[in-house]
Ligand binder design. Structure first.
Ligand SMILES: NC(=O)c1ccc[n+]([C@@H]2O[C@H](COP(=O)([O-])OP(=O)(O)OC[C@H]3O[C@@H](n4cnc5c(N)ncnc54)[C@H](O)[C@@H]3O)[C@@H](O)[C@H]2O)c1
Length: 450
């Protein structure tokens, strides 16, 4: 795919805006970084005039991202809403980095018609709004922010453990309805109680640490060996955890193995009166089995944030068997929805995009071979994405050798479809090397970075 470096900025109409911080901030870089896309038909012998990267941010992405990009010296256009396919193709003319949230779909057609596009940042957790395979084949890495809302989820779990222990959902509803029902029966402190964490990843670990600070005993079960935080303790089986925990909190991903992980059998292993919390994925709990266990009072309460089927838009009607059952807190998938998480997502994804733009690093990309080579003073860096077939590295090295240039560092990572190569060369022949590599049949994208 040829790269277009002459595309003009897209027509900017309200509510979009374009911001640039002028020339790139050289003091932030190890050296002055050139940013140009290589057009195989041209044959420049020296590095071309520096052009700031153009960034398009859609869907009201947090201003922390805008700040990051303008600090980098990039030219940024922001829009509050999403864009349909045709409008997105028009808006991407001349754009190098695209930032979206969940509403904008980046299809194969969009990618085919966006020759300047170098990377996509999903300022959210999910990436299914992007055709990841097409992006991979086009040499476009896609980044997201899977862990920026970890703390928000962990804090909600802590709050809900206490709310369930004190039956606050029911008491609050009663008072709203004008009913005074003061009682201590079945209401408890959480100090000294046992929390069972299922899935001891980012969220599970944070939760375990905070719960311990409240005086809880924390047990966890994970299919992987995980280092315990503080005095948290691993258990070898899920049933072993269910049999001991007063609160069971689920933090596993959605996989075939976790589908209905908490079914009638698993619930039967829970202590009588224990509470279940699920803010992981809706498919992990058999909702009917949970509803029956709540009605029979085998389960003493539940806090559910995620459901097997969830409405796509706010305001849509929603029904679940769990509605109107005692001591059940139901929330609309808000575990990670805080302003702090949005800000953190803005920081994380803009960092990934800027790092890729200035160094070629693909760390954190969900659809791309991962390479991160620290820049070295006095070298010239070239990025190449190629079809993953035998002999590409031999051809590339032959080109460099023919030009009598010395390779300072070279890193190649591959997946089934593509290879991603970063080369640092000592001699300033990078434009000619780039021109020759771009002419190889295996070439997908080649770019001289600096
Ligand atoms: N409610 C929300 O708004 C919200 C926000 C963020 C994340 N989440 C969800 O929370 C879940 C956990 O997120 P995370 O960031 O901690 O993920 P993570 O990948 O860091 O951790 C998941 C852990 O689960 C373990 N695991 C996988 N399969 C397992 C199994 N069958 N049994 C036991 N453990 C198993 C993994 O080994 C890993 O340690 C994910 O499903 C994510 O989608 C929900």
């Amino acid at each position: 795919m040829p790269f277009d470096v002459t595309g003009s900025p897209s027509g900017t109409t309200s509510p979009s805006s374009v911001r640039t911080a002028g020339p790139r901030c050289a003091k932030k870089r190890p050296f002055n970084i050139m940013s140009t896309d290589e057009n195989p038909s041209a044959a420049p012998q020296s590095l071309p005039v520096q052009e700031p990267a153009k960034v398009l941010l859609l869907e009201g992405i947090h201003k922390s991202a805008l700040k990051r990009f303008t600090d980098e010296g990039f030219q940024v256009e922001t829009r509050s809403g999403g864009l349909g396919e045709d409008d997105l193709i028009k808006a991407l003319a001349g754009v190098h980095l695209l930032g979206i949230r969940s509403k904008t779909r980046v299809t194969a057609r969009v990618l085919e018609n966006a020759p300047s596009l170098r990377a996509v940042g999903c300022f959210c957790i999910g990436t299914n709004q992007v055709d990841l395979v097409a992006a991979n084949h086009s040499g476009v890495p896609v980044f997201n922010a899977p862990f920026s809302n970890t703390r928000s989820v962990a804090e909600l779990m802590i709050a809900e453990i206490i709310l369930l222990a004190r039956q606050i959902g029911d008491r609050s509803r009663e008072v709203h309805c004008g009913m005074w029902k003061k009682t201590a029966t079945h209401c408890h402190e959480v100090r000294g109680k046992t929390l069972g964490v299922v899935g001891y990843g980012h969220i599970g670990q944070q939760l375990g640490v905070i719960a311990e600070a409240l005086g809880m005993r924390v047990l966890y079960y994970d299919i992987m060996a995980k280092l315990p935080m503080g005095n948290n303790r691993a258990l070898p089986t899920l049933n072993g955890l269910l049999e001991q925990a007063d609160f069971v909190s689920l933090h596993v991903p959605e996989t075939p193995e976790t589908r209905n992980l908490i079914n009638a059998d698993a619930i039967a292993h829970m202590k009588k009166g224990a509470c279940l919390l699920n803010a992981s994925r809706g498919t992990v709990v058999d909702i009917h089995a949970l509803a029956e266990a709540l009605k029979s009072e085998h389960v003493g309460g539940a806090a559910i944030d995620v459901y097997p089927e969830e409405p796509e838009a706010n305001g849509a009607a929603f029904e679940t068997e769990l509605q109107n059952l005692p001591n059940v807190i139901l929330t609309p998938h808000i575990g990670g929805s805080t302003e702090e998480a949005q800000e953190a997502i803005g920081h994380e994804v803009s960092h990934s995009l800027a790092h890729f733009e200035t160094s070629g690093a693909t760390t954190g990309a969900v659809n791309f071979p991962r390479v991160d080579l620290p820049p070295r003073r006095g070298t010239h860096r070239l990025l190449n994405v190629h079809r993953n077939v035998p002999g590409v590295l031999r051809d590339v090295n032959q080109i460099v050798s023919d030009l009598d240039a010395n390779i300072n560092s070279q890193v190649l990572a591959t997946d089934n479809n593509i290879g991603y190569l970063i080369i640092d060369m000592e001699k300033n022949v990078s434009m000619e090397v780039s021109r020759r590599i771009a002419a190889l049949k295996t070439n997908i994208r080649t770019r001289v970075l600096y």
